[in-house]
Ligand binder design. Structure first.
Ligand SMILES: [Zn+2]
Length: 280
C-alpha cells in the first residue's frame, strides 16, 4: 500500500514542509485546500521559490471513502515506534506517514471538528521555533499543553511524533467538518506557512488582530450518559458546572473555570468526549 504524496521544489535550497490532509477520514477541508494549492502551483499561479513542499492530501484513504473518522483505530493516536507485527490498517498508514515526517523539518496537519464554528491551532511544545511557526499560521486561539494531558508524554498524534524526532509541527482545526469556510482557513494556513518558511513569497498572508492562547487542562473520556447541552468549542464553563449527566444519575462537573474544547457528543466509549482549557 502506498499513500499519494506530491512534492514541489524551488530552484534554490530552503526549508522543507510536509502538509497532511484527512488524517481523520471525515475531515476533508485540508484535502480540498491542498488540491486547490496544488492546482495553482501546477498552473504557475503559485511559484515555489525555495525549498520543498510535500503534500499527502488523504492520509486515511479508506476512512475518507467511508466518510468516517477511522476504521479500526484512531490514526492520530498511532504515531509511535512499534516493533513486531502491524496490528491494523491505521498502524500501516502511520508507518508510512512517519517515514514522510522523518524527511521533513516542518509539518502542518489539517483537521476539522464536529461542533463549533471558529478555527484553532495546537502548539504542543514551548520552544521558540514551534511558537513562531504556529503563530505565523494566522489562527487564533492557539491551544497549548496537549502533551501534558497524556501519560508518558506520548499521545501518538502526528505532532507528538514530530516533536519526538526533533522537528517542528502544528496541528490546526480549521472549522466544522462541512463548513466551506474551513477550506478557506486551511488554504490560508498553508499559504501562511509556505510564506513564513520562504517557500513562496506572497502578500496574501493574513493574521488575526490578536493571538489568544488557551492552556489545555484535561479531558473527559466518553462515559455512559449525555451532555447537558449541545456544547460548542470554546463555550465558557465554570468550575463545578455540570457538563454531563450519566445514565446512573451522576453529574459530571467541570474541574476548572475556562472553556469547553472540542466537545464530541458522538465520541465512542472511552474516547475523548470533551476537553477543558483555561486562559494561558
Ligand atoms: Zn481530526
Amino acid at each position: 500500500m502506498s499513500l499519494e504524496m506530491f512534492m514541489y521544489s524551488g530552484s534554490a535550497p530552503g526549508k522543507d514542509l510536509l502538509v497532511l490532509g484527512a488524517v481523520h477520514g471525515n475531515e476533508k477541508c485540508g484535502t480540498q485546500a491542498i488540491r486547490q494549492i496544488m492546482s495553482r502551483i501546477e498552473s504557475g499561479e503559485i511559484v515555489i521559490k525555495s525549498g520543498v513542499v510535500r503534500f499527502i492530501p488523504i492520509c486515511n484513504p479508506r476512512a475518507y471513502e467511508l466518510d468516517c473518522r477511522y476504521l479500526t483505530e484512531d490514526l492520530n493516536r498511532m504515531f509511535y515506534e512499534e516493533g513486531g507485527v502491524v496490528s491494523s490498517y491505521e498502524r500501516t498508514l502511520a508507518r508510512e506517514i512517519m517515514q514522510a515526517m522523518d524527511r521533513c523539518h516542518f509539518v502542518l496537519d489539517l483537521h476539522s471538528f464536529s461542533s463549533g464554528v471558529d478555527a484553532f491551532a495546537f502548539q504542543d511544545t514551548q520552544d521558540d521555533e514551534t511558537r513562531s511557526f504556529v503563530s505565523a499560521l494566522g489562527i487564533s486561539p492557539i491551544f497549548t499543553g496537549w502533551d501534558s494531558m497524556y501519560a508518558e508524554d506520548n499521545s501518538g498524534t502526528t505532532i507528538t511524533y514530530v516533536n519526538k524526532i526533533g522537528k517542528i509541527g502544528a496541528c490546526i482545526e480549521c472549522g466544522q467538518h462541512r463548513d466551506p469556510h474551513s477550506v478557506e482557513v486551511a488554504y490560508q494556513a498553508i499559504i501562511n506557512a509556505m510564506n513564513y518558511l520562504g517557500i513562496i513569497e506572497t502578500d496574501k498572508i493574513s493574521q488575526p488582530e490578536e493571538l489568544k492562547r488557551v492552556q489545555m487542562h484535561s479531558f473527559l473520556p466518553k462515559l455512559d450518559g449525555d451532555f447537558v447541552k449541545s456544547w460548542m468549542n470554546m463555550d465558557p464553563v465554570q468550575e463545578g458546572e455540570v457538563v454531563a449527566v450519566l445514565k446512573s444519575g451522576v453529574s459530571v462537573k467541570s474541574p476548572c473555570s475556562g472553556y469547553v474544547i472540542m466537545p464530541d457528543a458522538q465520541a465512542k466509549a472511552g474516547a475523548e468526549w470533551l476537553y477543558y482549557g483555561t486562559d494561558d
